[in-house]
Write a protein that binds this ligand. Structure first.
Ligand SMILES: *Cc1c(COP(=O)(O)O)cnc(C)c1O
Length: 359
């Protein structure tokens, strides 16, 4: 008998993407495990989604023309340099599938975003992990050293999920000077709106300068639309054309397009909410350092506690005290900056841990 159909053997061995845990229903628990925006959507966004819902029998605008134009205007670039997708992770998947042949290599930092190894493997490529430095930041010199004839793409995550660090402008220029023109550098700037480090690399400026730089951004974090799934790429028109051809048709649904368009018109309110999250981040980090924690520079809406083998037990205790955080077994925990009460709950636990360690 012929063997039953199976997916490729490597698909069976994929690591599962571990989403941030959800608090149990009916409990007043703070969800600090997925780097979401604690502010709910505005009335205008909800109204736009409700309006768009009246036309759900119709396909959405295939290339999200209006949204692409609005994003381009917002960024001060041209619409032919912007392509949208069903979340920036879907855009990344399309980039990798369109770029890589079997055996091609994708260089990225590690630890970094856990969606990367999965997307790389599904694209049929081979991931090459370059350890982050002691302070959690990308080692761009080692990453350039890791480029071979097989390398097609390098992923740079700034701020890096989960360590929170950014790549600096001078490092990035030195790095790009070493990257061959035939290698694509993807800068994942999912958290760029929260960056307050003046030396941070500016992905858009680099994408304007270098033909082989593609920037990824999202409406999931600062814009608070994680549930609707909209992300985009900014790059040269030639790359954007290819990306559009390779993308799932109608990849951004009608409700998401309407919501993203509306939230772009609320840019001022979005900025105010970002400032509140950043102020809270500053407060939380200062409190942690005061109690003796060494925390990497946090430039996203989250911070990293390197608790090593205690990661899972820290997360368990945090959940018991009302805050769900994200444990990376054996490495550390990533904690989103969310509601003040939730942040305080983790701060109390973190202070308690330090006291235990000292005594
Ligand atoms: C959250 C996150 C994203 C956003 O993904 P979407 O698919 O746009 O929701 C992208 N990259 C990193 C590093 C992230 O942490």
């Amino acid at each position: 008998m012929a063997p039953a159909f199976r997916f490729r053997a490597d698909i069976d061995s994929l690591p599962a993407y571990v989403p941030g845990q959800r608090p149990p229903a009916g409990h007043s628990t703070y969800k600090l495990s997925s780097n979401e925006n604690p502010f709910p959507p505005s009335a205008a966004v909800l109204a736009a989604v409700a309006d768009a819902a009246a036309d759900l029998n119709r396909y959405p605008d295939m290339y999200a023309t209006e949204l692409v134009a609005a994003i381009a205007a917002h960024l001060g670039t041209e619409p032919d340099r912007v392509a949208v997708g069903n979340g920036s992770v879907a855009v990344l998947e399309t980039v990798l599938k369109a770029a890589c042949r079997p055996g091609d290599e994708v260089v990225h930092a590690w630890r970094s975003f856990e969606a990367y190894p999965i997307a790389i493997q599904v694209a049929g490529a081979t991931g090459v992990r370059v350890p982050v430095r002691e302070d959690g930041s990308h080692d761009l010199v080692a990453m350039a050293d890791a480029i071979t004839d097989r390398t097609r793409v390098v992923l740079v995550c700034s701020p890096n999920n989960p360590t929170g660090t950014v790549v600096h402008d001078d490092e990035m220029w030195a790095f790009l000077a070493r990257v061959p023109r035939g290698v694509l550098v993807v800068m994942d700037e999912a958290y760029v709106e929260f960056v307050r480090d003046d030396d941070a690399a500016d992905g858009l400026a680099l994408a304007a300068e270098f033909k082989n730089v593609l920037v990824l951004r999202t409406f999931s974090k600062a814009y608070g639309l994680a549930g609707l799934r909209v992300g985009y790429a900014v790059a040269r028109p030639r790359l954007i054309r290819g990306l559009r051809s390779a993308s799932t048709p109608f990849g951004v649904n009608a409700l998401a397009q309407a919501a993203a368009l509306t939230v772009l018109r609320e840019a001022k309110d979005v900025a105010v909410r970002c400032e509140r999250i950043i102020a809270e981040r500053t407060r939380v980090l200062a409190a942690l350092r005061e109690t003796g924690w060494t925390v990497p520079e946090a430039q996203g809406n989250f911070y990293w506690l390197e608790v090593g083998r205690h990661a899972v037990s820290f997360a368990r205790e945090a959940a018991a005290s009302g805050a769900v955080v994200r444990a990376f077994d054996g490495e550390g925990v990533r904690v989103s900056v969310g509601e003040i009460e939730g942040n305080d709950s983790v701060l109390r636990l973190a202070a308690q841990w330090q006291r235990m360690r000292v005594s």
